[in-house]
Design a protein around this ligand. Structure first.
Ligand SMILES: *[C@@H]1O[C@H](CO)[C@@H](O)[C@H](O)[C@H]1NC(C)=O
Ligand SMILES: *[C@@H]1O[C@H](CO)[C@@H](O)[C@H](O)[C@H]1NC(C)=O
Length: 476
């Protein structure tokens, strides 16, 4: 029996891993101050549970609330609802929330103009370069795109179309047809310096943020207007943890999931908040847009020999050392997580996956093309010739796009000079032929001269004269 239960214990994590629909895990902590609020979102919780998420509801005041257990994440995902009081209490200080994100936890932060945003949260968002109106009860209104059924007077239930393609090279995980109702939203403005930020849903051009409690003056100088205002925005940290700021938590309530709304133009529609809520949580909780590098390899392609001219020879995979002017092939295998499993990754149109061969700065930056695919991944490859420069180089793939988890891979190799016996022989270089010719003609000429000199017989009369001379001088 004990054996059985210990086997069960061993299998348990495996089992939950199989069930998880998210690439990172399925434990969600919902921080909800007011238990009575839970019923308002029953459909939303049910949708999450249907996708195998395990929800734990906790009050921020609860004593056993902790995001970490034994130094590890106790939950992979965190859903924060707006607190009634000044902040979330000692277990959820901005510092702990940052630690949670740094450890890879995903956060969906719901805001509401009804309860206002605690200053601790505003300053945390400011660190991400997301600013909220300094005015706590500021709300986004639009006199042209509001719901005439529920907000005939206040114009604070905004009707927006689901986001269009934001950029041609970015996959839109939130797209589709239909109208969204965004009640009582807290508008955000995004700093334009951080590449980690991206708006998910922008306010219509005629919208602006103002404080309904203060009259007139604040409208003269609104905090932000039009598409400057983001209703929902996303920050993907450098470790690919996702932090989504949802300006209007109310839009997830049951009564907005398929409410009937009527625009001021008289056009009636059913809201698609439910489907959008699914897309939003799918992205935030890493069920989509997660890229994984399965395998990387690089090798030298040797010029083929005469014997088998049609096969390239690969002597070694991932060698630590290359020579200058080697032909090198690089391959990277990437899969994209799509709700339940990995599928082959395709680079969006107008975009490119690139390989850099760098020493301090890239010597090569070349596109990687898909060369083969498995059911779970695509292999991208390219070939190039190592530059005429020796040193420590790195193969680098740096692919960072909004809404996709980041790929940053680096493999370091040494590039050496030609060895002495690897240079082409002198006679193989046609430009050297005049010099070789000159050299050998001097050598051969000299040898010929010596031969001629040594074997030449002296002239006859000269020999005679010498003989006579020697005879005449001899004393008798
Ligand atoms: C190489 O390929 C060519 C044509 O593709 C073929 O004619 C030749 O016989 C092949 N050589 C070898 C050694 O297989
Ligand atoms: C690979 O793909 C198959 C078929 O689509 C799928 O059943 C399997 O779970 C996938 N493996 C991973 C690791 O995602």
């Amino acid at each position: 029996m004990r054996l059985f239960s210990s086997i069960c214990l061993l299998l348990l994590p495996l089992l939950s891993a199989v069930l998880a629909k998210s690439a990172v895990g399925n434990r969600v902590l919902v921080v909800l101050e007011d238990e009575s609020q839970k019923g308002l979102y029953s459909q939303f919780w049910a949708d999450l549970e249907a996708r195998a998420f395990k929800l734990s509801f906790q009050s921020p005041r609860s004593d056993d609330l902790s995001l970490f257990r034994h130094g590890q994440l106790a939950y992979e995902h965190l859903l924060l609802t707006p607190p009634k009081s000044k902040g979330y209490g000692p277990a959820l200080t901005p510092k702990i929330l940052l630690e949670f994100v740094n450890a890879g936890g995903n956060v969906l932060l719901g805001l509401s103009s009804d309860s206002g945003t605690p200053s601790a949260i505003s300053s945390l968002l400011l660190e991400f370069d997301i600013s909220l109106s300094p005015d706590k009860s500021s709300v986004v209104v639009d006199h042209f795109h509001y719901d005439t059924v529920s907000a005939a007077e206040k114009h604070d239930v905004i009707l927006v179309d689901r986001p269009e393609q934001l950029r041609p090279d970015v996959v839109n995980f939130f797209g589709g047809d239909g109208t969204l109702a965004v009640p009582k939203a807290v508008g955000q403005t995004l700093g334009n310096t951080s590449p980690l930020l991206a708006p998910i849903l922008k306010a219509p051009v005629t919208a602006y943020a103002y404080n309904p409690k203060e009259e007139a003056e604040s409208v003269e100088e609104p905090f932000a207007t039009g598409s400057q205002l983001a209703l929902i925005s996303a920050m993907q940290a450098r470790n690919s943890a996702r932090f989504t700021v949802l300006g209007s938590l109310e839009m997830l309530q049951d009564n907005w999931f398929d409410a009937s709304v009527r625009a001021p133009t008289g056009k009636s529609a059913k809201t698609v908040n439910r489907e959008f809520a699914k897309q939003l949580t799918e992205w935030t909780f890493q069920e989509v847009g997660v890229l994984k590098v399965f395998h990387i390899q690089h090798y030298e392609i040797k010029p083929s020999t005469k014997a088998d001219e049609n096969t390239t020879q690969i002597s070694e995979y991932d060698p630590a050392i290359y020579r200058i002017k080697n032909d090198v092939e690089f391959e990277i295998e990437i899969g994209q997580y799509d709700r339940t499993h990995y599928v082959p990754f395709t680079v969006p149109a107008n975009d490119a996956l690139q390989l850099e061969f760098t020493m301090l700065s890239p010597f090569h930056r070349i596109p990687l093309h898909p060369s083969s695919a498995t059911p779970n991944s695509t292999t991208f490859s390219t070939t190039f010739t190592t530059p005429d420069q020796h040193g420590i180089f790195a193969f680098k793939v740096n692919y960072k796009r909004p809404f996709f988890t980041y790929i940053e891979e680096k493999r370091q190799v040494t590039v050496r000079h030609f060895a002495h016996d690897e240079w082409p022989r002198s006679w193989a270089i046609s430009g050297a032929w005049p010099w070789i010719g000159g050299l050998w003609s001097v050598i051969l000429g000299f040898l010929a001269f010596v031969m001629v000199w040594l074997y030449c017989e002296p002239p006859k009369e000269e020999a005679e004269r010498r003989r006579k001379l020697s005879v005449g001088s001899t004393p008798r």
